[in-house]
Design a protein around this ligand. Structure first.
Ligand code: LLP
Length: 420
């Protein structure tokens, strides 16, 4: 069941009318459904159960809101973090450090050191030198860091170029053919316990075949590493499962992914780990916006809404589609372009789209905005940083304030020499 649906002709999130949130919090605003987060978390866990002993590390980057992390922690999820900031969030949300894995191609020495100090569960190493530095830091602290080596399998994930990560030319991981030698050299260092390998080939994947190809290569790699007399007891299979953004799109389900994983990894004898992000958060959120003007255009009218590319960057960055729906649809339709107030033509959410007819002052939502939405927001054009609301049944709470332009301005200053 979709928890963003019409009740008596007006869109609700669970039991709360979106118009009430608009009145009390203003627009634009991100709205998340607790029930949908919980359902997706459960569906992914159930799907992976076929693959045996798994550790689920929610990819915080998809939606790092503290309240969201808390509810996923309660659902038994650990975290995949990619910065010291994300690590701090995971801990603040009550996720045990031991359940956190640290990914990311540019971890600084400071971040590695802090992660050791808090007792991080696993470092996903992106290059040999990172392992050498980590081993040195850990040894100096009298610690042993658990680590896995991220490999680049050179597989085309078949997704948008900007979110593909497993091709040889991408910046991520070590080339899989060099992995055994690098693994062996790192395994010999004091301060480091090399536990296995990690992989993540891209995001918004709509086909299991590239994942299966990549996992199969990982299986061969495990055999090769073990053949060198080195143990492998963990494999991190990353995230990447896509979600439908347009009505009618069909994606592989967590259960289908789990069945494939079970088949491919049956003989591995390791603890599997997953880093799902979008599949947990994507459809659990919408961006609520208000129509400022309907402006006549050459071919179609422009619906100018109060959300912009700084609030939801995905259409401008990846040509992404987000369904647009009126909060109080009349049944009438219109063909329109949908754009925000930011002063560039890239601030356009859709061109020539068939949508619910809307007029000045109407409320509408961009759907499937729970992942890579608020977290990618900026203050471009000196706009506020968009707030976030979490709904649970009939209640809701503002879980991130609107950061006003005044607050951002207050952090800037004119140096003395320019004051005169
Ligand atoms: N693990 C690693 C190492 C990753 O790099 C990512 C995503 C994930 C897990 C989670 O992937 P997911 O399950 O969400 O597909 N901003 C882009 C997506 C960037 C994804 C980056 N890495 C977008 O809005 O489409």
């Amino acid at each position: 069941m979709d928890h963003f649906s019409l009740i008596d002709g007006a869109m609700h999130c669970e039991g709360v009318p979106l118009s009430v949130i608009a009145e009390q919090v203003g627009t634009p605003v991100y709205i998340y459904s607790t029930a949908m987060f919980e359902r997706h978390a459960r569906a992914f866990r159930d799907g992976m159960a076929a693959a045996g002993n798994v550790h689920l590390a929610y990819a915080i980057k998809a939606n790092p809101n503290l309240a969201v992390l808390r509810l996923l922690a309660k659902a038994g999820y650990g975290a995949d973090v990619v910065s010291g900031g994300e690590l701090a969030r995971a801990l603040a949300a009550g996720i045990p450090a031991a359940d956190v894995v640290f990914s990311g191609v540019g971890k600084t020495e400071g971040e590695l050191s802090t992660a050791l100090d808090v007792g991080l569960g696993q470092f996903n190493l992106e290059l040999e030198e990172e392992g050498v530095v980590l081993a040195g830091l850990a040894a100096a602290k009298g610690m042993i860091a658990d680590a896995v080596l991220r490999v680049n399998p050179d597989v085309d994930a078949g997704t948008h170029a900007k979110i593909s990560t497993g091709k040889a030319e991408n910046k991520f991981g070590v080339p899989i053919d060099q992995a055994p030698a690098i693994f062996a050299r790192l395994a010999a260092l004091p301060g480091l316990a090399m536990r296995g390998v990690a992989i993540h080939i891209g995001s918004q994947l709509n086909d299991l075949a590239p994942l299966e190809a990549a996992y199969t290569r990982v299986g061969e790699l495990i055999a090769e590493i073990r053949g060198m007399g080195l143990p492998v007891d963990r494999v991190d299979l990353g995230g990447g499962l896509g979600v439908p953004y347009r009505a009618g799109e069909v994606f592989p389900s967590p259960a289908e992914l789990g069945a494939m994983v079970a088949r491919v990894t049956r003989a591995w004898g390791v603890r599997l780990m997953f880093e799902p992000g979008r599949v947990i958060a994507g459809n659990a959120g919408v961006l609520l916006t208000k129509v400022i003007w309907v402006k006549p255009g050459v071919t179609n009218p422009y619906v100018i809404v109060d959300a912009a590319m700084n609030d939801l960057a995905r259409p401008a960055l990846y040509d992404a589609w987000h369904d647009f729906a009126a909060v109080r649809p009349t049944g009438a339709r219109m063909t329109a372009n949908i754009a925000g107030p930011v002063c560039e033509s890239g601030d356009t959410f859709a061109m020539g789209r068939d949508i619910d007819a809307v007029a000045r002052g109407d409320l509408a939502v961009f759907r499937t905005a729970g992942a890579y939405g608020a977290t990618m927001a900026s203050t471009y054009n000196s706009r506020a940083l968009v707030p976030e609301v979490l709904v649970d049944g009939d209640r809701f709470a503002v879980v991130a304030d609107r950061i006003l332009p005044e607050t951002i301005l207050a952090a800037e200053r004119i140096p003395d020499w320019l004051k005169a």
